[in-house]
Design a protein around this ligand. Structure first.
Ligand code: PMP
Length: 359
């Protein structure tokens, strides 16, 4: 077997232990004679899987009493629309611009009310920072942030203080990479395919109290309270994706939970950016130091030609999916939970040698 080191931004690498367990259960799930791909979403085998995945997510988020955990479909992109559909109700909301994904969230909100920009992460053309000073309006129904800008490579390392207004966070690319202060949040959404599982399911974590403010005047499948009342089983759930998310949550538990992921993430970030900074004439990171993402690190090389040579050389050493997003180019190293410290060390050794040979 040749497993590559996969630095993809998503769908992303999953823990090998999880893949092997899925493989061993694939044809005959725990002696039931059929696969989890084939079990009914109303049957007892799946019910236990659904319940465990929900309970472990609540445990890792520390929100069992206060928030509902929903499993939805349509990706984080669908949540760009469903958050305002449920909560904007023709009013205004403050959005924070950290690039590509926040702009898409803003554009979707315009269909349901009056979103306004409360801050921009952009300064000129070269620096992209996670903004701190927010210009919040008194009548915002919520404040929306993208905690990690997957394309730009900038991240909030602390949640902003928004007073009593519900804070909504798109955490698609940094969900559970460290402990989350869920009590500060009205709603979190995250496509599973980066840090917690395969594509096909989106995790939504919503404060139970806030659900009372949701607009009921929409088809029920779009309404968070309806999904919550039905424990996300109002229609056929993406059963297999949720089953894998449950396994990743169990793996997370065994590794030491979000606390241990936080330690590893910090280590991986320090290794990667340490290597970039050691070779500042060769590798350049355009992100302000305090806003550098420890999930998706971006940097550039002196030329397109060297970038291509870097990608080819890394692939020969079994490291793949390092190409920057097509809109920005350069290199992007996604270091989600299933990417180990050793994987990042291997990449850093390659980077040092590449800079020495080509600098
Ligand atoms: N938000 C962020 C921060 C993302 O990184 C992505 C996907 N890369 C999305 C939203 C869109 O997610 P999806 O493809 O699940 O709709």
């Amino acid at each position: 077997m040749t497993r590559l080191i996969n630095f993809s931004a998503g769908p992303a690498t999953l823990p090998l232990e999880v893949l092997e367990e899925v493989q061993s259960e694939l044809v005959d799930y725990k002696g039931t004679g059929i696969s989890m791909l084939e079990h009914s979403h109303r049957g007892s085998a799946y019910a236990a899987v659904h319940e465990e995945a929900t309970a472990l997510l609540k445990k890792h988020l520390g929100c069992a009493e206060t928030h509902d955990v929903l499993f939805m479909q349509g990706g984080a992109t669908t949540q760009f629309a469903l958050v305002p559909l449920n909560f904007l109700r023709g009013g205004s909301a403050d959005y924070v611009d950290t690039g590509t994904w926040s702009k898409k969230a803003f554009a979707a909100a315009k269909y349901y009310g009056k979103p306004r920009w409360a801050a921009s992460g952009r300064e000129g053309d070269t620096v992209v920072r996670a903004p701190t000073g927010l210009d919040l309006s008194k009548d915002a129904r919520y404040v929306h942030i993208t905690t990690n800008a997957t394309v730009a490579g900038a991240q909030y390392h602390q949640l902003p203080d928004v007073g009593d207004v519900p804070l909504v966070a798109d955490m698609s690319s940094d969900f559970l990479h460290k402990p989350i202060d869920t009590q500060k949040l009205g709603l979190i959404y995250a496509g599973a395919q980066k840090n917690v599982g395969p594509a096909g399911v989106t995790i939504v974590v919503v404060r139970k109290e806030w659900l009372k403010d949701a607009d009921p005047d929409h088809p029920e499948i779009f309404c968070y309270p309806y999904i919550a009342e039905n424990d996300s089983l109002q229609n056929t759930a993406p059963t297999f994706s949720i089953y894998v998310v449950g396994k990743v949550m169990r793996w997370l538990d065994a590794q030491g939970g979000p606390e241990e992921m936080g330690r590893r993430s910090a280590k991986k970030g320090a290794l990667l950016y340490g290597t970039v900074d050691e070779h500042e004439d060769f590798y350049r990171c355009p992100i302000e130091v305090g806003s550098r993402s420890i999930m998706n690190a971006v940097f550039t090389l002196p030329s397109e030609e060297l970038t291509k040579k870097f990608l080819d050389g890394a692939a020969k050493e079994k490291m793949v999916n390092l190409k920057g997003h097509r809109s920005v180019g350069g290199i992007r190293v996604s270091m989600y939970n299933a990417v180990s410290v050793a994987d990042v060390e291997t990449l850093c050794a390659f980077m040092r040698k590449f800079a020495k040979d080509n600098g």
